[in-house]
Design a protein around this ligand. Sequence first.
Ligand SMILES: Cc1cc2nc3c(=O)[nH]c(=O)nc-3n(C[C@H](O)[C@H](O)[C@H](O)COP(=O)(O)O)c2cc1C
Length: 215
Amino acid sequence: MTPMTNVTEQPARSTTNLSVAEAIKTRVSIRKYVQEPMNQDDLREILELTSLAPSAWNAQTWRFAVVQDADLKEKLKDAAYGQGQITSAPAVIVVYSDMEDTLATVEETAHPGMGEEGRVGQRKTFEGAFGQQDVAQRGQWGLTQANIAFGFLMLAARSKGYDTVPMLGFNPQAVKELLGLPEHVQFAGLLPIGKRAEEGYPQHRHNLDRVTKFY
Ligand SMILES: Cc1cc2nc3c(=O)[nH]c(=O)nc-3n(C[C@H](O)[C@H](O)[C@H](O)COP(=O)(O)O)c2cc1C
């Protein structure tokens, strides 16, 4: 699956580099986007930054499917109950976890500095933790890790001057069929991404003391 589908002309690379605090403060959900393709190098950089997210035992269960093809976006919109941000955005990043792929290739995630011993240890760790669980159970654990990457992705995008809207309002079965994904994968969400063509709602959050206990 290539992220370069149907993109012939593209705007210049972003020169924006917001701090983490600036990215957090200026990220709001955007549902209308400027009608221009994503710069493909920016897209790759955002995904590379996202891939630096941490995960338990470095499992990196997240996988990305980048949809830029107009026809496929139309179909994705149908699977998302007609939500217009899917086709308004130049790209939609589908973030999902594939725990079965993670388990099958677990040696890849052992730190190279630990050599063969590390690879064997990594396999033992995962077999011990997940060997007795069924696919759905361990898939749920995989999703908790992919959700971390989903958060990183929104902030990485914002730091480079892009806007997004996280989405769980879609039919997962339909999205699996559209993208040819295996039955066992679990979705962190869809993420339309592009440059904002509206301001979105100002952030509205609980007061910190409403949601925090200090001990
Ligand atoms: C996991 C998740 C799923 C969401 N699903 C949708 C969705 O399907 N459609 C939509 O328009 N917004 C969706 N949202 C956006 C939320 O409505 C939005 O993040 C929330 O109201 C806070 O607003 P803000 O993102 O502008 O700060 C979702 C947000 C999250 C985190």
